[in-house]
Design a protein around this ligand. Structure first.
Ligand code: NAD
Ligand code: MN
Length: 360
């Protein structure tokens, strides 16, 4: 029987609560499937370790996880460590060297969840956002000189390479082609940012010729926020830069009901390195340790992990279990207006898995 080795990295805040819920659901999923098992290795990397040792992960950290089949990640961020230190010390320290250049964020309104958009209840909002995850505005290029002096200068330089833009564009067109509508929206700000964003548009047009069966259009990122809120049904697959897609995907998560539900995959499509799956939410200091974190974002990320591992029927089964549970309002956590606790939702998903008789 196949055993998948998963590196579990809960990180900070509610990370440990949602990752232990995720491990429970994945274990139940493997048990119901019968065709594979999981072996989880747990890593205590995060801000507590940083405060004690000065490093979020050991020097050989990436070597310890580079042969795992996938990484399940919670959140990075603590109230007493600057966010840019945490992000670069842990999350980006994994994403960038493992070349997880395609960040994929599906958004749907799950059964039982209410969108803040009037007149939008389900099928009108079914998107996948593809975020360039290796360069652009988050390339880390820049610096500060004359610190604290009146003449202080600070720069963050966006870096866009032809290779980097072409590969994310190909990934996005291929993903759009795999979905029923075969429709891609390419987001830029190529009116104001007249170098890299213009190259992005040119490469989109070039790559589009390789995908004659995919229709596509272009949007400026500011106008895109209006289209997402006023005409969600006109969108399907979306591709945008690291910064633009970061912002648009939080908007997407909110429009679909809650940040606590939204999933992400950080993919290395060539599979030279493990890919990383995580809920899009952060450490949620305000509810840490209360046992009320919504684990659905982690469960849905686990669905994406199962798809990536090549277990589509287990993935479909876990998604059915999630949708059965969200449909029941008595199983909603406080972020969805309910009273359920993380453990109640987790148990309900595990029970739904055990009771799922569909064989696909
Ligand atoms: P956040 O996502 O932690 O919280 C925003 C709000 O959403 C809070 O009210 C929180 O309680 C709620 N929320 C988030 N996830 C929830 C869940 N699963 N269930 C119920 N409610 C949930 O965002 P923030 O407050 O901007 O950031 C807090 C920390 O997390 C910061 O240090 C930030 O840098 C970090 N962060 C990390 C990641 C990541 O690791 N991928 C992503 C975002 C933020
Ligand atoms: Mn973000």
């Amino acid at each position: 029987m196949k055993t998948y080795r998963i590196a579990a990295i809960p990180g900070d805040g509610i990370g440990s609560e949602v990752i232990s819920a995720g491990v429970e659901a994945l274990t139940a999923c493997a048990k119901r499937d019968g065709g594979f098992t999981f072996a989880f290795d747990h890593f205590d990397w995060g801000s507590e370790r940083y405060k004690k040792t000065g490093a979020f992960m050991p020097d050989n950290g990436r070597d310890l996880i580079k042969t795992h089949d996938a990484i399940l990640f919670g959140s990075a961020g603590a109230p007493d460590v600057p966010d840019h230190v945490t992000l670069w010390g842990l999350r980006l320290a994994i994403c960038q060297p493992f070349d997880q250049y395609a960040n994929v964020r599906p958004t749907r309104i799950l059964p039982g969840i209410v969108s803040p958009l009037r007149n939008v209840s389900g099928p009108e909002l079914d998107w996948v956002i593809v975020r360039e995850n290796s360069e652009g505005e988050y390339a880390g290029v820049g610096g500060r000189v004359h610190r604290g002096l009146p003449e202080e200068v600070a720069t963050d330089v966006s870096m866009f390479t032809r290779a980097g833009v072409a590969r994310i564009m190909r990934f996005a067109f291929a993903l759009a082609r795999s979905r029923p509508r075969k429709f891609l929206t390419v987001v830029t700000k190529s009116n104001a940012q007249r170098h890299a964003m213009v190259m992005w548009d040119e490469i989109a047009a070039e790559v589009a010729r390789e995908f004659p069966d995919v229709t596509w259009d272009k949007m400026l990122v500011d106008a895109m926020t209006m289209r997402m809120t006023l005409k969600p049904e006109t969108l399907d697959t979306i591709v945008a830069t690291n910064l633009h897609a970061d912002i648009l995907s939080d908007l997407a998560a909110a429009l679909a009901g809650s940040l606590g539900i939204a999933p992400t995959a950080n993919l290395n499509p060539e599979r030279q390195f493990p890919s990383m799956f995580e809920p899009i939410h952060g450490s949620a200091f305000d509810i840490t340790g209360k046992g009320i974190a919504n684990p659905i974002g982690t469960f849905w990320s686990s669905v994406m992990m199962l798809e990536h591992l090549g277990e589509p029927s287990a993935a479909a089964r876990l998604m059915r279990a999630i949708e059965k549970v969200t449909a029941d309002k008595s199983l909603h956590t406080p972020d969805l207006g309910g009273k359920a606790r993380t453990a109640d939702v987790t148990k309900a998903v595990c029970d739904a898995l055990a009771g799922d008789n569909q064989d696909d």
